[in-house]
Design a protein around this ligand. Structure first.
Ligand SMILES: Cc1cc2nc3c(=O)[nH]c(=O)nc-3n(C[C@H](O)[C@H](O)[C@H](O)COP(=O)(O)OP(=O)(O)OC[C@H]3O[C@@H](n4cnc5c(N)ncnc54)[C@H](O)[C@@H]3O)c2cc1C
Length: 366
């Protein structure tokens, strides 16, 4: 029987980043159900960092993560993971309410026309958020997995956790191939499967709900789009960003309840995305080059859940990363490390109160 201090369930950005933070001081096994890590939400994101996204509590994590993403330590990555492009929140009526820490300025119609040539007249102005950046998600995820392995962490793919029972002060876990592992702590970093994994461990689920989001890659009859700002509707009905010279990534900002699964795009959501896009710019659509969907999983208050379950000793939640799990990953992993190892937090997150993230908020005993 294999024995480790910590068993992490899930090899997306959540499991990989937390594994990389704790592997120096604990023996850690990370198990991933799929044949590659990052197959689900982490490999399907829109790949941007947007400080205003997710409300003020999440914004603290995004802001704290920015410097690491932009200029990571040399021994973690030779190059940064961000490319700044800015975001235009298009406004029809009232200004959106953004966290006060976020830098913005109003862009009136004349400037808007320069930034988004061909924008339709019904969009009179926008709020510009200059800090918005693309994240190289694949490189970030790979760097976390590399660091994890360098520090002695073990990754096992094709290895779903199928059951776990209490064993002394820890756990006896069984994987799909029948092999077993004893662990002091189980970390639930299973994304859309966070609740099912809890159930597998006889831990009461938290009602973390997966919601499908659709992305479409369009080729359009307009060039020079690669550095276009991210463009979104402040009312939250679409966003798009330049991808190649004549291609964009577009989303209808959908949020459709789903079972945990290998999410696929529905034709109606692709059609809705295109319909909304055509109300924004006059660019002819030449082709739908690619479409995909992924699951964004939220706790009921839409704040992620980090911490030991108050009713299940040794069960640690690292779930509910919603639509911001990439941009918050560095700070989230540091904060979770302090909670998991019961140690002083890294300076990156020293000013962030962990209380709002606690699973105890959903437990009567909490
Ligand atoms: C369309 C879309 C756009 C997005 N855009 C952005 C963005 O621009 N910026 C941003 O920051 N975030 C964005 N997100 C959100 C971000 O992708 C997620 O928050 C993040 O990837 C969640 O990471 P995770 O590791 O929790 O989940 P996942 O990447 O889904 O990883 C969980 C893993 O757990 C594994 N697993 C499940 N059950 C078991 C089991 N029993 N045993 C072993 N393994 C198991 C799964 O196979 C999976 O690989 C977007 C998401 C989507 C879908």
């Amino acid at each position: 029987m294999n024995e480790v201090d910590v068993l992490i369930v899930g090899g997306g950005i959540a499991g990989a980043s937390l594994g990389a933070e704790i592997a120096a001081s604990r023996s850690v096994l990370l198990v991933e159900a799929e044949s590659v890590c990052g197959f689900h939400s982490t490999g399907r994101s829109a790949a941007f960092w947007l400080e205003s996204y997710g409300g003020p509590i999440v914004a603290q994590l995004s802001a704290a993560s920015r410097a690491f993403l932009d200029r990571p330590p040399r021994d973690f990555s030779e190059s940064g993971f961000l490319r700044t492009r800015g975001d235009l929140h298009l406004i029809r009526d009232e200004l959106p309410e953004l966290p006060p820490s976020v830098e913005t300025r109003i862009v009136e119609r004349a400037e808007l026309e320069k930034l988004v040539p061909g924008i339709k007249p019904e969009w009179p102005r926008a709020l510009f958020e200059p800090g918005c950046a693309d994240i190289d998600v694949a490189a970030l995820h790979a760097a976390y997995l590399r660091r994890f392995r360098q520090l002695g962490g073990e990754v096992r793919t094709d290895s779903a956790l199928v059951s776990a029972t209490r064993q002394g002060s820890g756990w006896r876990a069984t994987l799909r191939d029948g092999s077993g592992t004893d662990a002091q702590v189980i970390v639930d970093a299973a994304g859309a499967w966070a609740d099912p994994v809890a159930t597998t461990c006889c831990v009461q689920p938290l009602d973390i709900r997966p919601k499908r989001r659709t992305m479409v890659q369009l080729r359009v009859g307009r060039s020079g789009l690669r550095s276009l700002p991210l463009v979104d509707d402040a009312a939250g009905t679409f966003y798009f960003k330049g991808e190649g010279d004549r291609t964009i990534w577009l989303s209808p900002h959908d949020e459709i309840d789903s079972e945990p699964c290998d999410a696929a795009p529905e034709e109606i959501d692709v059609a809705t995305a295109i319909d909304r896009f055509q109300t924004v710019v006059d660019w002819p659509i030449e082709a739908v080059e690619r479409k995909w969907a992924g699951l964004r999983s939220f706790a009921l208050d839409r704040i992620p859940v980090y911490g030991f379950d108050p009713d299940a000793p040794g069960f640690f939640w690292f779930a509910g990363q919603g639509g911001f799990g990439i941009q918050t990953a560095p700070a989230a992993a540091k904060l979770a490390t302090a909670l998991l190892l019961r140690c002083e937090p890294d300076p990156m997150v020293a000013d962030i109160d962990p209380a709002p993230f606690s699973p105890a908020r959903f437990r009567l005993s909490g």
